[in-house]
Design a protein around this ligand. Structure first.
Ligand code: PAF
Length: 279
C-alpha cells in the first residue's frame, strides 16, 4: 500500500490507472480506523479494481475547536490496519494546506438536508462535509464510494449532492457495525472512560426498546418521550431523538415505510449518534 500526501502525485497515479482501464473505489475517512471502516473497504469488493482510503481530519466540518483538537489521530496505526487487509492500494492523507490552499473560499451547501438533526446541533458541519467529500471524490476520480449508515444524515446528503452535481460516482451505503453489546462503532468511543463505555450501551438499548414500542403500535410521541427519559436516567444529555423519513429526513408522527429513529446524546463531552430503521 502506497501512502500519498499530494494531490498531484495522486492525480498522476489515477491517470495511469484510468489509462490501464482500472476502476476506482474510495472510502473517505477521518482516520482512527476501526472495524466499521474495514466494513466500508470490504463493501468495495467486486465493485472496483483499485481502492483508495482517504484520511483527512477535515477542520471545516468541526464547529468546535476542542472537538477538532481532541479528535483521535494516528496515521501509522491506521496505515498498518489498512495494509493488513491486503485490499487497499493507496492511503491518501493530504494535510490541511494541501486540501485548502491559501485563498480557498468555496463551500458546498446541500439545502434542506442540513438544517435538522446533526445540522441543527452543529452549525456549518454539513457544509464542511459536503465540501470535502466533493473534493475527495474529484481528486480520487472515484467510480464508487462507500459511506456508513451510522452517519445516516451524511449519507443522504452525499447522495443528494452527487445527484445534483452530476458527479459520476456510485454511492454504496454500508450498514452500521456494532460492538457485541450493540454500541455503534465510532472513533469517538475511544474517548469514553470505562464507566461511560458501560453507560453507552444504553443508547442502542433505548433505541431498540423505542423501536419495538413503535412497532407494537404505541403512539410515537409517547415512545420518544419515554426513550428520552430513559436516556436521561442513564446519564445522557439528549440533543435530539426523532422519528424521521429515511430519504428526505422529514419528521413523521407515524412509522411510514423507511422511517428511522435518530438520536444524538452526550456522555460528558463525548457526543454519540445512532439510528435504526423502524419500518
Ligand atoms: O464520516 C466521516 O468520517 C467524515 O465526515 C468524512 C465523510 C470522511 C468527511 O470528512
Amino acid at each position: 500500500m502506497r501512502i500519498i500526501r499530494s494531490r498531484t502525485e495522486l492525480a498522476t497515479l489515477v491517470a495511469q490507472w484510468r489509462n490501464a482501464g482500472q476502476t476506482i473505489g474510495v472510502v473517505p475517512t477521518m482516520g482512527s480506523l476501526h472495524n466499521g471502516h474495514l466494513a466500508l473497504v470490504n463493501a468495495l469488493d467486486g465493485q472496483a479494481t483499485r481502492r483508495i482510503v482517504t484520511l483527512f481530519v477535515n477542520p471545516i466540518q468541526f464547529n468546535n475547536a476542542d472537538d477538532f483538537a481532541l479528535y483521535p489521530r494516528g496515521l501509522e496505526a491506521d496505515a498498518t490496519l489498512l495494509d493488513n487487509t491486503g485490499k487497499v492500494d493507496v492511503l491518501y492523507a493530504p494535510d490541511a494546506a494541501e486540501m485548502y490552499p491559501q485563498g480557498f473560499a468555496t463551500r458546498i451547501m446541500v439545502a434542506g438536508l442540513d438544517g435538522m438533526l446533526c445540522g441543527a446541533d452543529r452549525p456549518g458541519h454539513f457544509d464542511g462535509v459536503a465540501t470535502v467529500v466533493t473534493k475527495l471524490l474529484l481528486q480520487t476520480g472515484a467510480d464508487v464510494a462507500a459511506f456508513g449508515e451510522k452517519d445516516y444524515q451524511q449519507l443522504c446528503l452525499i447522495r443528494r449532492l452527487v445527484q445534483d452535481l452530476d458527479l459520476p460516482v456510485r454511492i454504496t451505503p454500508v450498514p452500521t457495525v456494532r460492538e457485541a453489546d450493540g454500541l455503534a462503532l465510532s472513533s469517538r468511543n475511544r474517548r469514553l472512560t470505562p464507566q461511560q463505555r458501560q453507560q453507552a450501551t444504553y443508547l442502542p438499548e433505548a433505541l431498540k426498546t423505542c423501536m419495538a414500542d413503535i412497532q407494537h403500535g404505541k403512539p410515537v410521541s409517547a415512545c420518544l418521550h419515554a426513550c428520552r427519559e430513559n436516556l436521561k436516567t442513564h446519564g445522557f444529555d439528549v440533543h435530539y431523538l426523532d422519528l424521521r423519513t429515511g430519504d428526505t429526513l422529514r419528521e413523521t408522527p407515524v412509522p411510514v415505510a423507511g422511517a428511522r429513529l435518530f438520536v444524538a446524546a452526550s456522555l460528558g463531552d463525548i457526543r454519540l449518534i445512532d439510528n435504526m430503521a423502524v419500518a
